[in-house]
Design a protein around this ligand. Structure first.
Ligand SMILES: *Cc1c(COP(=O)(O)O)cnc(C)c1O
Length: 377
């Protein structure tokens, strides 16, 4: 099955009992048993729900893994994955990881004894130098947010295997349409499905896919024990979103290429961050491991005043956090998505006050470019 076909025909399609072509929303908490323990595969909806199950089967197929899991948010998914570890364990993470991931590791999971180190994983040698006796996993986000740094997934997974560590990849920016980390050697891939997978700014959700029966058993145990599951209505919305993921990603990609060309040539733009640019330091790796570069672009306009003027002058780019939806969004990472990262740390990472991030939607590229042109003026 090719990629767009898989979006439509992957997982469990429709309802065999009625012939309904979309999976019904099973708005139900419990299931009748014909005798004690004698049920049709579902007992209680925290443990399993047919609509959520259809979504979990679909994401499993898209990421080419062993089992899929749906959670109430991307952060619930990340937290559940971290619950695979024990007090005293250590995890290495990408330095400009999503702000919420940084926060949960350094303000919540640290209290439970899970230790973390943040390194520039785009440089494989720095990963290896941070491995300790108690290190259990390497957590990679690629491309990153908002600097669009790229980590070599295959290279990192190789280092992880040599040291008996798990490789975990946050694949939110690429989606399985462009990048399938499990096929590159990763053990666990996860998503904020709130972004491209949902695609319409109308649901908050998280997805995880694992590559082994053991990890599937352990993560299902955590999911059922801690209970951060996705409800049936939101599971259905994600299934619907995934049906058009392929065509949306193609459109995001084409629009983004045009906008990147425009921004790169604009005198008011100091620097453009996009893995599709040949000048991007890891452009070759991006090209090797993903079949598209995605719809996220960051660019520096030099100062906070200029950035704020731009943000309030655009009309098709909505000033909002989040990304990956049909409508174009614009944000100022230093004051919005990355505000939970301390100022000194932001400076270290290069997230300047003049850095603007856009999530390119699926409007006409010409309208988006005209809008940016008038706002930059
Ligand atoms: C948004 C996001 C998250 C968190 O997901 P939520 O659905 O907001 O909880 C994690 N990782 C990345 C890369 C994100 O963009």
């Amino acid at each position: 099955m090719r990629r767009k076909t898989k979006m439509i025909h992957g997982g469990l399609v429709g309802d065999p009992q009625t012939g309904a072509v979309s999976t019904p929303i099973y708005q139900v908490s419990t299931y009748k048993q014909d005798g004690i323990g004698n049920h049709k595969g579902f007992e209680y909806s925290r443990t399993g729900n047919p609509t959520r199950h259809a979504l979990e089967e679909l994401i499993k197929d898209l990421e080419e893994g062993t089992a899929g899991f749906a959670f109430g948010s991307g952060m619930a998914a990340i937290t559940a994955v971290m619950m695979l570890f024990n007090s005293g364990d250590h995890v290495i993470l990408t330095d400009d990881v999503y702000g919420g991931t940084y926060r949960v590791m350094t303000k919540v999971l640290n209290r439970l004894g899970i230790d973390s180190t943040f390194v520039d994983t785009s440089n494989l040698a720095t990963i290896e130098s941070e491995i300790r006796e108690n290190t259990r996993a390497i957590f990679i986000e690629t491309p990153t947010n908002p600097l669009l740094k790229i980590t070599d997934i295959e290279g990192a997974a190789k280092i992880a295997k040599e040291h008996n560590l798990l490789t975990i990849v946050d694949n939110t920016f690429s989606t399985p349409y462009w990048q399938t980390p499990l096929t590159l050697g990763a053990d666990i891939v996860l998503h904020s499905a709130t972004k491209y997978i949902g695609g319409h700014s109308d649901v908050v959700a998280g997805l995880v896919v694992v590559n082994s029966k053991e990890l599937a058993r352990d993560l299902h145990f955590v999911q059922n024990s801690t209970g951060g599951v996705l409800g049936p209505q939101d599971s259905w919305l994600l299934i619907r979103g995934i049906r058009t993921l392929g065509i949306r990603m193609e459109e995001h990609e084409q629009n983004t290429a045009k906008i990147v060309n425009f921004l790169s040539a604009h005198p008011a733009v100091k620097k453009v961050y996009y893995p599709g640019l040949e000048s991007h330091p890891n452009h070759d790796i991006a090209k090797k491991q993903a079949s598209g570069f995605g719809g996220m672009v960051s660019f520096d306009v030099g100062s906070a005043e200029k950035a704020e003027k731009l943000l309030t002058s655009v009309k098709y780019f909505t000033l909002a956090e989040s990304l990956g939806a049909v409508e174009s969004l614009i944000s100022l990472p230093a004051k919005m998505t990355h505000a939970s990262i301390p100022t000194e740390r932001r400076a270290e990472l290069g997230i300047t006050d003049g850095l603007v991030r856009i999530s390119v939607g699926v409007e006409d590229a010409e309208d988006l470019i005209e809008d940016l042109a008038q706002a930059l003026k």
